[in-house]
Ligand binder design. Structure first.
Ligand code: FAD
Length: 560
């Protein structure tokens, strides 16, 4: 029997080990899912174009590829098995909850067989996770999230991150983290000076195949977001994805750390890597960006907080070479390892990036695996409102929200702090049902898949469960003011909490704390905020709650 490797639309990597012993490759381009929600046109274009390019790339490499167009996987498998009844299918375990078993059944019902193998496109395996949690056996012994949304607090990202650093040796000096600290986040909270220009975004202009795909997407589906391809610049092939990675490491990595949490009007990308769409499609294996950043640090590394003087140094001090900083363990480094033409890479940038990928990305994936299906509907705070219409049309005077929604509409992208501290924060304080917000993220972002939005949106962004953090990421206007230049041009006054014209986030924030006191007062690290709330008891709190309810009404009516 022929061994057929079935690859899903988020497994588009031609260098997989699994391809080495496959006689044939099956790709099913299933369309029905995209009829159920108004996905961003760029997202559908990206996924379908990347699949079509992948088909062509595999054929160029000499693989025998069956490419089936179908409404559903069931129809696709029917079509394939009709021609090839003896084929033995193999599939890398899908990232989506339950999908592996579902597809195995679907194939079995049609008289075929499907074997599930490990998914090479994550760095760590379910067995690695179990080794870390110390749970024996094949399956988790209990769900991570309980029915009321409360979670087992043994699972914290920081512990996982250190474990993976040790296991992989990434940025390690023997048993110690390079530089002596695991985490340099305190250096990664600067906002750029007014005259700072972000490095140019690498652009991969749509080719003929992407354009055709986009035209078909526009005809075939009801989509949301930018209709033209003018702003579409995502890599759609492995070669382009590798180029995007090179460009990030060359140009953006040096300032990635320091401005990681900043928000600047008219600048959706800053120094972020913009690699999530490529990593999540499989075009890049997550090891590649991590190893590339580590190698760049080895060549161009400088101490944390030391920047090239051309970059407008705020932290002070000239860039010190790694040889001076790294000390005795680095004698094997050539004396002049740095490329003189490229800006130095401070340790806080390299470490910050590595943490996002082997810390957060791998961690959220395992939490998702273990905590589903409870995670998808977790709603610890009992929030039940729908999303305000501004999330769809971007029509609001709140500058932070109109900027962030505008970026999503135009690019299918917003960076992490916009996702967390604007788009999720506003929805959280407003009282949005976490599942409704999850659906919006899922359809609106080019890098969104159920396995990654669900932990990020339901847990991190909405505090539907405390599995990812012990307190909600809730913030008033002063956080947005500190991390962005939005408030300066916003008609709402960030300095005021009550009355017309006051920043909506302020009243919503205190009202949210008051509303959820029972759940939140006792949870870790909220004590200080509740003592501030206690000081407001009486007339001040009454006025706050009145303003909050006026804000909610305006938001629901699309008039905020
Ligand atoms: P960078 O800032 O350059 O970060 C580097 C890489 O780290 C990313 O490419 C990504 O692979 C990884 N990463 C960083 N944080 C996370 C995280 N929390 N979870 C998973 N990976 C992470 N990420 C997605 O890939 N798809 C999503 O649909 C998605 N939705 C999100 C929704 C919310 C509410 C929040 C708070 C976060 C979400 N994230 C999502 C995580 C993160 O915001 C994005 O990965 C990141 O913004 C992608 O842009 P970038 O490649 O420029 O990231």
């Amino acid at each position: 029997d022929d061994a057929v490797l079935w690859l899903l639309g988020d497994q588009l990597n031609p260098d997989l080990d699994a391809l080495a012993d496959a006689d044939e490759v099956l790709l099913i381009e299933a369309h029905g899912f995209a009829d159920r929600k108004p996905y961003h046109a760029h997202k559908l274009t990206l996924v379908f174009s990347a699949m079509r390019h992948f088909r062509d790339a595999l054929r160029d490499r000499g693989h025998d590829v069956s490419y089936v167009n179908a409404e559903s996987f069931g129809e696709g498998v029917d079509g394939f098995l009709a021609d090839r009844p003896d084929a033995h299918l193999r599939l890398m375990r899908p990232a989506s909850h339950g999908a592996g078993d579902r597809l195995r059944e679907l194939v079995a019902e049609r008289g075929g067989s499907l074997e599930l193998v490990d998914n090479e496109l994550f760095w760590t395996t379910p067995a690695d996770w179990r080794e870390w949690t110390g749970e024996p056996g094949e399956e988790a012994t209990r769900p991570v999230v309980g029915e009321d949304g409360s979670a087992d607090s043994r699972y914290r990202q920081e512990g996982w991150y250190r474990h993976v650093r040790r296991e992989t040796g990434v940025l390690m000096d023997g048993d110690e983290p390079v530089g002596g600290e695991w985490n340099y986040d305190d250096l990664n909270q600067e906002t750029p000076p007014d005259d700072w220009e972000p490095p140019e975004r690498p652009r991969f202009d749509p080719d003929e195949l992407t354009r055709e795909t986009h035209e078909w997407v526009r005809e075939r589906f009801d989509t949301w977001g930018a209709e033209s391809l003018d702003a579409f610049a995502w890599p759609v092939t492995r070669e382009e994805a590798r180029e995007a990675l090179d460009a990030f490491v060359r140009d953006r990595l040096p300032s990635f750390g320091r401005y990681e949490d900043a928000m600047v009007e008219g600048e959706p990308f800053l120094s972020h890597s913009l690699l999530s769409p490529a990593i999540n499609l499989g075009l890049l294996n997550p090891r590649e960006p991590v190893r590339a950043v580590e190698a760049a640090y080895e060549e161009r590394g400088v101490e944390p907080g030391a920047y090239d003087s051309d970059e407008g140094s705020a932290a002070g001090g000239s860039a010190t070479t790694l040889d001076a900083f790294g000390g005795g363990d680095r004698e094997d480094e050539p004396a002049d390892a740095g490329d003189a033409d490229l800006p130095p890479v401070p340790l806080n940038a390299a470490e910050g990036f590595v943490r996002q990928v082997i810390g957060w990305r791998e961690f959220t994936r395992h939490v998702y695996r273990e905590a589903m299906p409870e995670l998808a509907t977790a709603d610890r705070l009992g929030q039940s409102r729908g999303l305000p219409p501004a999330y769809w049309d971007g029509d609001t005077d709140m500058r932070c929200l109109s900027e962030a929604v505008g970026h999503v509409r135009e690019y299918g992208y917003a960076h992490h702090i916009e996702r967390l501290m604007v788009l999720s924060n506003v929805a959280l304080l407003y009282g949005t049902d976490p599942a409704a917000l999850n659906e919006w993220f899922h359809l609106g972002f080019v890098d969104a898949y159920h396995w990654v939005t669900t932990p990020n949106v339901v847990a991190m962004g909405s505090f539907g469960t405390d599995v990812l953090s012990s307190k909600p990421y809730a913030a008033s206007g002063s956080y947005v003011n500190r991390m962005s230049d939005y408030c300066a041009s916003c008609p709402y006054a960030v300095s005021r909490t009550t009355g017309e014209g006051a920043c909506p986030l302020n009243a919503l924030y205190w009202d949210f704390l008051a509303e959820n006191e029972e759940t939140l007062r006792g949870t870790g690290r909220m004590g200080l905020m509740y003592s501030h709330l206690d000081e407001k008891a009486g007339a001040e709190l009454d006025a706050i709650r009145e303003r909050a309810s006026a804000v909610r009404e305006l938001a629901a009516d699309g008039k905020l």
